[in-house]
Design a protein around this ligand. Structure first.
Ligand code: GTP
Ligand code: MG
Length: 344
């Protein structure tokens, strides 16, 4: 039975000035309230963005509300999520606020258009020991540097899904860059994820962390897929897994946009049996990360301890490769071959 719209209309105390955003609780949106919110949440509309993209017909039945209320709720969610048009000028302004964090290697920075970029997700994939985590350690230290040294005087969030975060490595890299090692550690919030659900829960906590510490300028996820890959083996529910990953990725992209921060995530590779020529490795997770990540770096081990990063599928930069090295001092240009070259 559909309830009358009047019952779900704005309560008198909800003032016109009240400002909602994509991180507001959906129960606070005009027309929602706690009863409807719990029905919506129960059906998976957990946040403002998922509600903003809902179909009115789906929520009419679910919440036993009339069509005008359903439409009103959805448009309030769209308004809050800022999912309406912006002018090209506003778009350009937003682009201008992009900031970059140096990787430590000039060659790698050039390949990425000046370093790891805010408002974007940078995915780094490659075989074990190729340096994915080492770049993450370096970024978590470098983000703390002053701007003239390639940093943002910022702090970092680190989601560790493989238990490979090493405080000692941060301290070592901080010392090399002239940052107090304990302070460097203090400025990194580490969340160890023990399951994919836990990983999602940690990601959901990010806006709260940023509200408490607006200096956060970098989110590391090392690695994005490990837990999903382990948990969904043989479950035959790939679509379910992909959908869950999609939600996390889109949330991370929203945080990147909204708070002008950089997201750096690592990813494993697997062998593709169908590739007979060339490199048979491919990033885990299918196309899903590729569609969301703005920058995809493929790392491989080169000669004499060097590493080669290849920029794959970038929207605005030419494909190319950069050579760098990893040592006790961290990521630096390769002594002889710190070069960036275009491959296309
Ligand atoms: P997986 O997480 O196993 O998939 O690999 P990864 O790509 O994250 O590798 P990681 O970034 O941990 O790279 C480790 C490699 O960095 C080591 O195998 C070394 O070759 C190299 N490395 C060189 N110098 C150092 C150093 O001083 N400390 C560390 N930890 N690694 C170094
Ligand atoms: Mg690693």
């Amino acid at each position: 039975m559909a309830k009358k719209d009047a019952e779900t209309a704005d309560s008198p105390e909800s003032s016109k000035e009240e400002k909602f955003d994509e991180f507001s609780d959906i129960k606070d949106l005009p027309g929602v309230g706690s009863t409807i919110a719990s029905k919506l949440k129960g059906a998976g509309y957990e946040d403002v963005v998922s509600l903003a993209t809902a179909n009115p017909m789906d929520i009419i039945e679910l919440c036993e509300i009339g069509e005008p209320t359903a439409k009103k709720i959805i448009s309030a969610a769209q308004e809050a999520a800022n999912m309406n048009f912006i002018s090209g000028l506003e778009f350009e302004e937003k682009r201008k606020s992009v900031q970059r964090i140096s990787t430590g290697s000039n060659a790698l920075d050039i390949l990425l258009g000046g370093g790891v970029e805010s408002q974007s997700i940078t995915e780094c994939y490659g075989e074990f020991g190729s340096g994915k985590s080492q770049i993450a350690f370096q970024l978590a230290v470098n983000v703390q540097l002053p701007k003239e040294k390639g940093g943002l005087e910022g702090h970092a969030i680190w989601i560790d899904t493989e238990g490979t975060f090493r405080a000692a490595r941060i301290e070592q890299l901080a010392k090399v860059r002239g940052i107090d090692p304990k302070e460097a550690l203090q400025n990194i919030k580490v969340g160890r994820a023990y399951s994919s659900e836990h990983q999602k829960a940690l990601v959901d906590k990010i806006p709260g962390l940023i509200n408490n510490d607006p200096k956060i300028k970098l989110i590391v996820v090392d690695s994005m897929m490990a837990l999903y890959r382990a948990e969904y083996v043989g479950r035959g529910t790939l679509a379910d897994r992909q959908q869950k990953i999609n939600v996390i990725l889109h949330n991370l992209q929203r945080f990147a946009d909204r708070f002008n921060i950089a997201v750096y995530m690592t990813n494993q590779v697997m062998a593709r049996p169908d590739v007979m020529f060339g490199d048979p490795t491919v990033a885990v997770g299918g196309h899903i990360i590729g569609h969301v990540a703005t920058y995809r770096l493929y790392l491989r081990k080169g000669k004499k301890g060097l590493r080669v990063a290849k920029l794959v599928d970038s929207p605005s930069l030419p494909e190319g490769e950069a050579t760098f090295q990893i040592s006790a001092d961290g990521i630096t240009d390769a002594e002889e071959e710190g070069t960036t070259k275009k491959t296309k």
